[in-house]
Design a protein around this ligand. Sequence first.
Ligand code: SAH
Length: 232
Amino acid sequence: MADYRVAEGHTGGSWNLQGIGMTSQRTRNRMVNRLREQGIKHEELLALMSRMPRHIFLDEALSHRAYEDISLPIGHQQTLSRPWVVARMTELLLEMPERPRKVLEIGTGSGYQSAILASLFERVVSLERIGSFQAKAQKCFQALGLDNLELHHADGHDGWEAQAPYDAILVTAAPDVIPPRLLEQLSDTGVMVLPVGSGEEQSLTRVTLNASGHTSDVLAAVHFVPLQQGLV
Ligand code: SAH
């Protein structure tokens, strides 16, 4: 884990990070400038990403690459998505007519995407099939003072019925088809954002419910790890 310390919790302004957290502010600003060039427009999100210490979610050996325009390995052959993917998926939720309050995330992984969500939305439930990721991510949330996250070691195909319905669902691993149980747990005005498809390239898809079922918009070609069955 990188050398960082948080003096105070998340107070809506900035985190008081020492050590590498401070020195990486310049690289974070560069990342945010790049996100703007790549079409990300939501100012609150850009401001958040310029504060959020992405490097603490990675192993120390990789922390110097945290703000590059790449996805990064987090162990167990899983990856933390590149910044544009995290930003665009989050921005799609922020573009909803009403800001979602309760969000379900599938694939906690490093916890970076979860921390972004928990900084913007009231309540986040995040599911992860690889148990060892949870403790690592939890440490980062504690360091950032984020206490509105609920983590479960569970298979995301089933969603998390106990807290349903969700105003938004964000899936960070690719299923071949939209998991039906997730659709069932979406509120009437809910939106689900996920990569769909097998193979090297998948379609970043926004699913919206309507009276006759749901509609899907395909937004971009993306590359995610597959949504897998069962717990590890
Ligand atoms: N959002 C993560 C991305 C991690 S990669 C981040 O910011 O780091 C995708 C994650 O989805 C991996 O951690 C993988 O273990 C998890 N995953 C894959 N299939 C899953 C399933 N069926 N249920 C829950 N999590 C799953």
